[in-house]
Design a binder for this molecule. Structure first.
Ligand code: NAD
Length: 260
């Protein structure tokens, strides 16, 4: 029970990586806020966790909307009395060569990843500072926080940006015992990636199997996808780590793709 009596606010946790983190945190004793754009899936995920005996609520929120983020954090505090852990995880992917990106697509992707991270961080930091019991802020970066790939200009830009935000939160939060770190996964087979495989195959003029083998997993040491379980284990480490020794860091979890 590494997170007993902690409250975790996890964005984008009705699916994929965020859902797995919610499941692991619940198992470790945390009360969970499933904060997701998809209301139905958020409520269903919270109900699944509650059925295992965990404390969990589903809250519909668009992380790009300031008022909705403030209201969602208020609801979390009303339900569970505070916030100890923020996992800023909600994200999307859009792939095109840069010259084909519309300005609207560029702005949409940056808004979800960066405005969403800012708005949820600000709302949760205010609570953490007022509570005076410290906290942990975790950003879902990517290998694309460190490295570029074809067709992903706004995603690579946003994921690099999260490292700057994390470092600043680590410095400012230290006086309040609030830590901030970034997890940088390689490819994980979630709906976000399943959607990209046929899109990349079409754009690059190769088969879907070639996208997986020669694009997504080419630089790994073993040709394996990273799993949601791999990422959730690291998310637990960052959430449960007891001191400011581990702050301002970004950890790549990718089967060896991009070694630093
Ligand atoms: P996913 O599509 O399975 O889940 C993303 C969730 O975010 C969905 O439930 C969706 O409803 C929610 N969401 C989307 N826009 C939102 C918004 N505006 N407000 C609130 N919620 C919103 O994707 P995933 O693969 O689990 O991705 C989660 C995070 O992990 C993303 O930040 C992604 O960039 C990152 N990531 C994924 C991979 C991968 O290979 N899957 C690799 C590295 C990083």
């Amino acid at each position: 029970m590494q997170l007993k009596d902690k409250v975790a606010f996890i964005t984008g946790s009705a699916s994929g990586i965020g859902k797995e983190i919610a499941t692991v945190y619940a198992r470790e004793g945390a009360a969970i806020v499933i904060a997701d754009l998809n209301r139905q899936a958020a409520e269903a995920t919270a109900a699944e966790l509650a059925a295992t005996g965990a404390k969990a609520i589903g809250v519909a929120v668009d992380v790009t909307d300031e008022a909705q983020v403030e209201a969602a954090v208020e609801r979390a505090v009303a339900a569970f009395g505070g916030i100890d852990i923020l996992v800023s995880n909600a994200g999307i992917q859009i792939v095109h060569p840069l010259e084909e990106f519309s300005f609207a697509e560029w702005k949409k992707l940056l808004a979800i990843h960066l405005d969403g991270a800012f708005l949820t961080t600000r709302a949760c930091l205010r609570r953490m500072y007022a509570q005076g019991r410290g906290g942990s802020v975790i950003y879902m970066g990517s290998v694309h926080s460190k490295e570029a790939s074809l067709l992903k200009a706004p995603y690579v830009t946003a994921k690099h940006g999260l490292i700057g935000l994390c470092k600043t939160v680590a410095k400012e939060g230290a006086a309040h015992n609030v830590r901030a770190n970034v997890i940088c996964p390689g490819f994980v087979r979630t709906p976000l990636v399943e959607k990209q495989i046929p899109e990349q195959a079409k754009t690059l003029g190769i088969t879907e199997a070639e996208v997986v083998r020669n694009v997504m997993l080419k630089e790994t040491v073993d040709g394996e996808f990273t799993t949601t379980d791999d990422v959730a284990r690291v998310a637990l480490l960052f959430a449960a780590f007891p001191t400011n020794a581990l702050t301002g860091q970004s950890l790549v979890v990718s089967h060896g793709w991009f070694m630093q």
